[in-house]
Each structure stands twice: as structure tokens, then as C-alpha cells.
Write a protein that binds this ligand. Structure first.
Ligand code: ZN
Length: 140
């Protein structure tokens, strides 16, 4: 297998919540997972908080508008698991490979993610019901 198709690790698991503050009553007060990095992503109309768990993170996603991907997810499914993010060395190469297999991509091209990363989503129809995010770390 070529290096570009390697999957390094589970980077994070995305969880849709109505309120990050309310969710932290469980994750932080209950389990001691304090929020580290927090940011608002206007393009996705979402506020995110990352909770470190060993080498991976939980990403709490709170919509800033009903009319957003996460807002619609909450309306349809309620709170809960939203996506899994795998870290890959080269997200563009991974997309090319998945596209060549005829799989359905939400993002045919990588787009900027949080903290300078590059991300792209694969449609759950092609990933057996999982909304899959592929993430490439910023070059350091
Ligand atoms: Zn994510």
C-alpha cells in the first residue's frame, strides 16, 4: 500500500450537541475531560470544542444556526455521534483514490479545517453509514 493511502490514527470523534456548555457538565465535570482548543467555524455555522482523550480527541459540535449541517443533524437525529475523523498523510491523494473507486465524496477537494489542517468528508452512503472525515495535519 502506498504511503498516501496510509491511515495514521483516529484523530477525533465528532459529537453533535445542542450546547457545549451543557455537554461539558457531563464530559468535563463527570469524566474530567476539560475542553482544550475551542473555536467557531463560520463557514460551517458551528462552534467546536476539542477534549483530549489520550492521543485522540472528542470534538463537541454546537450549531450557531438551525440552518447548518449540524443544526439539521440535531433536528433529524437529536444529540449524538456525528462523525469519525481519520488522520491521513495526504488528504488529496486519499480523495483521488476513493474517487477512483467510485465512492461518494461530500468534498471532492480538501478544504481548510481547524488549526490549519486540511479536511474532506466522505458520504455515509459510501462508508456504510459513517460520516467520515479525513484530516491532514498542517505541515510544521
Ligand atoms: Zn471533525
Amino acid at each position: 500500500m502506498s504511503d498516501s493511502l496510509r491511515v495514521n490514527k483516529v484523530d477525533h470523534i465528532g459529537i453533535a450537541v445542542r450546547s457545549i456548555q451543557e455537554a461539558l457538565a457531563f464530559w468535563d465535570r463527570g469524566l474530567g475531560l476539560a475542553p482544550g482548543h475551542m473555536e467557531e467555524v463560520p463557514a460551517q455555522k458551528v462552534r467546536v470544542a476539542f477534549l483530549q482523550v489520550g492521543e485522540s480527541h472528542l470534538e463537541l459540535l454546537e450549531p450557531t444556526s438551525q440552518d447548518s449541517p449540524v443544526g439539521k443533524f440535531l433536528a433529524n437525529h437529536g444529540e449524538g455521534m456525528h462523525h469519525i475523523c481519520l488522520e491521513v498523510p495526504d488528504v488529496q491523494a486519499a480523495l483521488r483514490h476513493l474517487g477512483s473507486l467510485g465512492l461518494q465524496l461530500i468534498d471532492p477537494m480538501p478544504r481548510p479545517g481547524s488549526g490549519g489542517s486540511l479536511v474532506a468528508f466522505v458520504h455515509p452512503k459510501s462508508a456504510h453509514g459513517v460520516l467520515l472525515e479525513l484530516m491532514q495535519k498542517p505541515k510544521t
